[in-house]
Design a protein around this ligand. Structure first.
Ligand SMILES: Cc1ncc(COP(=O)(O)O)c(C=O)c1O
Length: 370
């Protein structure tokens, strides 16, 4: 048979072929070349990373780790025991992932047959819709209200209890505090979602910068999943460690489909030592929260910016009477990177992650001068 007669690309899943390519982030060293600036001269406030970095004990523990040549614990036992103490929910409810991102995909793989429905509540974190597309889910978007609160009535209207119930959405993704605005979901709204015949995935990636975690609710609610991460509060974004609390009936099934060695040894050790050194890390969180409150006042004093109150390590701002994408470019010329949105409803918005006091003072000066 002639080799040219057969095209293997025709065998690829249809929903993958029709996906738009993902735009990955630019690695830090390449960014430094592009901006023609030393990495130390770049103020990176575009991805909600932690400017203080990890606990100093992470480098020590990794330098001395004796078993790099042995596969890591597939059940992350030591880390889950430490997490049970940190979160107040039993280790049997906890599963660790290569970032919360991996767990979002794993949840989809657990529930979604092609064409099954999920609910996304934009503006929000992009991974729910992204993984929904990869897993051939049909995503229904229920936009948040202008103040970014959830439109719970509209979500409730998607559900029916009649013979059509099998077409109900299987999963609802909600983020609290929400990215990109930093608002939180009330207990009452969460209760309403939990009374629907669906699984509620509550993403608490930024909970350490806020309060009122609902992770312990998982013990009482068979349809609640709560996701958390070490990327933000513990400064471990580069090592990829997240975790989730799952009802026991669901976690039993998840264990079956998880890649055995999904969390590498360095990630497990770094997360364990972070929990041990939490006093230091939560001190950094307190600094970032204080910075957020101070910087809100700075932004509010600039006539052409309208910041939104936030319970996270970032602040979303509406840019008034100027082009937000130009502002992003002007800041980049000063070596300051912020996130610009061009999605519907957010075109004139930027999101600024909190940096160190020195970094934020430099940004404040540039903003005042522009
Ligand atoms: C709401 C939300 N969830 C999850 C993540 C990703 O977490 P991880 O780094 O653990 O994959 C982010 C990262 O920005 C986020 O904003």
């Amino acid at each position: 048979m002639s080799e040219t007669a057969f095209s293997p690309t025709l065998l690829i899943r249809d929903n993958v072929v029709s996906l738009k390519p993902y735009t990955p982030i630019v690695p830090f060293d390449i960014l430094s070349q592009q901006l023609n600036r030393d990495p130390s001269d770049i103020i990176k406030l575009d991805a909600n990373e932690n400017p203080y970095g990890p606990s100093p004990r992470v480098a020590e523990v990794l330098a001395e780790a004796p078993y790099m040549h042995i596969y890591p614990d597939p059940e992350s036992r030591n880390l889950r025991t430490a997490l049970a103490e940190y979160t107040g929910i039993g280790a049997e409810y906890l599963l660790v992932g290569s970032g919360a991102d991996e767990l979002i995909d794993l949840i989809m793989r657990l529930f979604i047959n092609p064409g099954d429905k999920i609910v996304n509540c934009p503006p929000t974190f992009g991974m729910y819709a992204f993984d929904g597309d990869i897993n051939a889910a049909e995503t229904t978007s229920i936009r948040r209200r202008p103040d970014f609160s959830l439109d719970v009535e509209a979500i409730e209207h998607l559900f029916t209890t009649d013979a059509q119930a099998e077409n109900n959405p299987k999963l609802i993704f909600v983020t609290s505090p929400n990215n990109p605005d930093g608002s939180v979901l009330s207990d009452g709204d969460l209760q309403r979602l939990l009374s629907l015949p669906t699984v509620v995935v509550l993403d608490e990636a930024y909970i350490e910068f806020s309060s009122n975690s609902r992770i312990q609710w998982v013990e009482q609610h068979p349809n609640l999943i709560v996701l958390r991460t070490f990327s933000k509060w513990a400064g471990l974004a580069g090592l990829r460690v997240g975790y989730g609390a799952f009802p026991l009936d669901l976690i039993a099934q998840l264990w079956k489909i998880k890649q055995p060695y999904n969390v590498n040894l360095a990630g497990q050790l770094a997360a364990e030592v972070s929990l041990d050194d939490r006093e230091h890390l939560l001190g950094n969180v307190a600094r970032l929260v204080e910075q957020r409150e101070q910087f809100y006042t700075v932004l509010d004093s600039i006539g052409w910016l309208e910041p939104y109150p936030s319970q996270t390590n970032f602040i979303l701002c509406r840019v008034k009477g100027r082009d937000a994408s130009d502002l992003k470019k002007q800041l980049a010329e000063h070596g300051i990177l912020v996130r610009y949105y061009n999605s519907s409803g957010l075109t004139d918005h930027i999101r600024i992650s909190m940096g160190t006091p020195t970094q934020m003072a430099r940004l404040a000066k540039v903003l005042h001068d522009l």
